[in-house]
Design a protein around this ligand. Sequence first.
Ligand code: FAD
Ligand code: UDP
Length: 370
Amino acid sequence: MFDYLIVGSGLYGATIARELTDSGKSVLVIDKRPNIAGNVYTKPVEGINVHIYGAHIFHTNNKEVWDYVNQFATFNRFTNSPVANYKGELYSLPFNMYTFNKMWGVVTPEEAAARIAEQKTAAGITSPANLEEQAISLVGTDIYEKLIKGYTQKQWGRPCDQLPAFIIKRLPVRLTFDNNYFNALYQGIPIGGYTKMVERILDGIEVKLNTDYFTNRDYWNSVAEKVIYTGPIDAYFNYSLGNLEYRSVRFETEVLDKPNFQGNAAVNYTDAETPWTRIIEHKWFEFGKDENGNDLPKTVISREYSSEWKPGDEPYYPVNDEKNSTLYRQYKALAEKEDKVIFGGRLGEYKYYDMDQVISEALSLSGKLK
Ligand code: FAD
Ligand code: UDP
C-alpha cells in the first residue's frame, strides 16, 4: 500500500512525486506511455536531442521554480528567437522593431507606434473582445494579416474572432530591437535533454510505464490512500458531460543528410496555405554547438501539423474558449466531490500552462499535502 499513486510522469507528476517522497511519503508513479517525462520527453537521434512531443523552451520569472529545476539539470543559454516565413518573406518574432522595420520600413519607435495606432484606429477597435481584435489593437492590421491570422487559424482550427484574446497576449510586442520571444528573466534548455532532467527528478522513485490507469481503475485505486491524476479531466469521468475540445499535433520528423536546414530552431509558416504551422530544427536548441556543421553532418527536423483532437490522439492544447471553459467548470465540480483523487497539471486542470507554471502548481500542492 502506497500513500500516493501518481497517474502521469510529466513535469507535474514527477515534481509531486519528488516532493512527497522527500517528505517521507511512499509514492508509485504510473504512465501509459512507454517513456517518462510526458510532453517534455526528448530522445537522442544522430547525436541530437529531439523534442518528440514538440519544441520545449524553459522560461520563467519565478526564481523558486528556476532554482528548483536547476537542482536537476544544468541549463544552456538558448534564447528563443523564432523566424516567421510568410510566403518566402522572413520576419523577426516576437513583434519588435526588426519586424516593424521589415514590414513598413519604419526606423524609429515613434514611427512604429504611430503606424500601429493608425491601423488600430482605422479598424475601429476600442475594447478588444477576441483574438482578432486584440491582435489588431496590439500590432495593427498588416502584421495581423501576414503573421497572425493564417498561423492562428491553422493552429487552433477556428477563426481568430472566435478565439479568446489572451492567447495572443502570450507574445510580447516591443518597440525595441529585441528578438527574444519571452519576457522571462530565466531561460534555457537542459543540457543532455529534458528526459535526463526528469529521470533525475524521479531518481529512486518507483515508476511503471506502459500502464494505463483506466484499464484497471479499481485495482490502481486500491494500491494507494490517495491518487493524483494528471491525465485529461474529461477522460477521468468517461466523457459523461461530453468531451472537452483539445488541439492535437502531428509531427513529421526527418533526418536530413546536411548539417544545416534552416539556420534556426523554429521557423513559423504564417500563411494559411502551407499545411504545417512550423518547422523545428532540433540541433539549434543545443546552444553553442555545431554552428558550421562541423560536429554533426546531419540534422533532424520536425514539421508540425495541427489538428482537432479525436479519440486516440494525444490531447496537446486545451481550447480555453467560453464553451469549453463552461464545460470544464462542470467537470471541476464533479472532481471536487472525489475524496480520493486530486486533479492537476495541464490536462487535469484543462489550462494552457507552461512548464514553469506546472512546476509551481505542483510545488504548491505538495506543500499543502506535506
Ligand atoms: P503532460 O506532460 O501531458 O503529462 C501527463 C502524463 O500523464 C503523460 O505522460 C500521459 O501519458 C500520462 N497519462 C495521461 N492519462 C493517463 C492514464 N490514463 N494512465 C496513465 N498515464 C496517463 N511549455 C513551456 O514552458 N515552454 C514551451 O516551449 C512549451 N512548448 C510546448 C509545445 C507543445 C507542442 C505543447 C503541447 C506544450 C508546450 N508547453 C511548453 C507546455 C508543456 O508541455 C506543459 O506545461 C507541461 O509539459 C505539462 O506537464 P504535465 O505533467 O501537466 O502534463
Ligand atoms: N502566433 C501567431 N503567429 C506566430 C506565432 C504565434 O499568430 O508566428 C499566435 C498563435 O495564435 C499562437 C499564439 O500566438 O497560438 C501563442 O503563441 P505561442 O508561441 O506562445 O504558442 P505555443 O508555444 O503554445 O505553441
